[in-house]
Design a protein around this ligand. Structure first.
Ligand code: DOR
Length: 303
């Protein structure tokens, strides 16, 4: 048998595959289709202090090679999450990673503090990269100094591992990565979606009500892979690679580029079985290649 387990910021994952935040709801949505206990970790949709209804529709559309979304962080808010979602999620054994976003640095601090006090949260993933909100989001993720400040404040308000989620919508992602590592980040998630748009040729108007959306799926895989490869060269903390991973083949590429774990978003929306298929495919790849431990793959393309 092969060993699929990896260590990430003090967490032990039985395999390196987890859902990408925002594509997995709060677990309940996928439970009829897959065994949540087979995942490496569970990652839930971004939580904000107050409930948000998100942006007006249309806010999701298909392109030839991916999805454009302008959801705008729709979520039930921290209180409802802790009261109604967390008890359900506690039933599962993979570590639970909760993604958070604030409009201000103080809101990130409060979210970190209150989620750390709630039983059952294994790590925080800090969203400083949402392209679809006017306050917070990408505003914090595109300026190294701001990204570092959010990281430092969240670190001060939690004992949990802090994973910072980076945006590709910057000139140099390694600059942001270095800044948040210096500020105390325990791991990085990369990449969030790439800003883009579509136009409806009948109405002659932008297809998304919010005009701009975040592009995900196969279209962004080479961008994401290169981001992981570049960032792996400049930081020591572990990386969770994501962006267009549809198959185990894609996941292996991210591991070879330097990711310790991978997150799957668009593929799971298209096919709820995708994550389990990718886990099975990784095991198959290791057996075929005669690799006993998946950790041997991490960053192997860099050597
Ligand atoms: O593409 C994205 N959409 N990235 C995020 O971080 C949040 C999400 C949304 O809710 O708009």
């Amino acid at each position: 048998r092969v060993n699929l387990a990896v260590q990430l910021a003090g967490l032990t994952l039985q395999n390196p595959v987890m859902p990408a935040s925002g594509t997995f709801g709060f677990g309940e949505e996928y439970a009829p289709f897959i065994d949540l206990n087979s995942l490496g970790a569970i990652v839930v949709k971004t939580i904000t202090l107050q409930p948000l209804i998100g942006n007006p529709p249309p806010r999701l559309m298909e392109t030839y090679c991916g999805l454009l979304n302008s959801v705008g962080l729709q979520n039930p808010g921290l209180e409802v999450f802790i009261r109604d979602k967390l008890p359900y999620l506690r039933r599962f054994s993979p570590p639970l990673i909760v993604n958070i976003a604030g409009r201000t640095i103080d809101e990130y601090a409060e979210l970190a503090e209150r989620l750390s006090a709630a039983d059952g949260v294994a790590a925080l993933e800090v969203n400083i990269s949402c392209p679809n909100v006017k306050e917070g989001g990408i505003v914090f993720g595109t300026v190294p100094d701001m990204a570092a400040r959010v990281t430092a404040v969240v670190k001060r308000h939690t004992h949990l591992p802090v994973i910072i989620k980076l945006t590709p919508n910057v000139t140099d992602i390694t600059e942001i990565a270095r800044a948040v590592e210096d500020a105390g980040a325990d791991a990085l998630s990369l990449i969030n979606t790439v800003r883009g748009m579509a136009i409806d040729i009948k109405t002659r108007r932008p297809a998304l009500a919010n005009v701009v959306g975040g592009l995900s799926g196969p279209a962004i895989k080479p961008i994401a892979l290169y981001a992981v490869w570049q960032v792996a060269q400049v930081v020591k903390i572990p990386l969770i690679g994501m962006g267009g991973i549809m198959t185990a083949h894609d996941a292996v590429e991210f591991l070879l580029a330097g990711a310790t774990a991978v997150a799957v978003g668009t593929a799971g929306l298209v096919n709820p079985g995708a994550l389990c298929e990718i886990i099975a495919g990784l095991e198959h790849y290791l057996l075929e290649e005669g690799v006993e431990d998946i950790k041997e793959l991490i960053g192997a393309s860099q050597m």
